[in-house]
Write a protein that binds this ligand. Structure first.
Ligand code: SF4
Length: 66
């Protein structure tokens, strides 16, 4: 594969470093699936935090996802 798929160039990656005020360098949120891990009913769901260099089988080039 010529270009290695990485989260930072995936259509589902959001350059928002965390779900709260605790920033994680070189990370972002994966928006492929709905939020997960809602510990109590009045808490918001959490988006999976991924490193910019991570990847998964759902990778999509930016601009391809609707
Ligand atoms: S985890 Fe997969 S779907 Fe999510 S941003 Fe990374 S490559 Fe894209």
């Amino acid at each position: 594969m010529a270009d290695k798929p990485v989260c930072s160039s995936c259509a589902f990656f959001e350059d928002h470093h965390a779900n709260d005020d605790h920033e994680i360098p070189d990370a972002g949120l994966c928006r492929f699936n709905p939020p997960v891990t809602q510990p109590v009913a009045d808490a918001v769901g959490l988006w999976p935090v991924v490193k910019e260099s991570d990847w998964c089988g759902h990778f999509a080039k930016e601009g391809l996802a609707a």
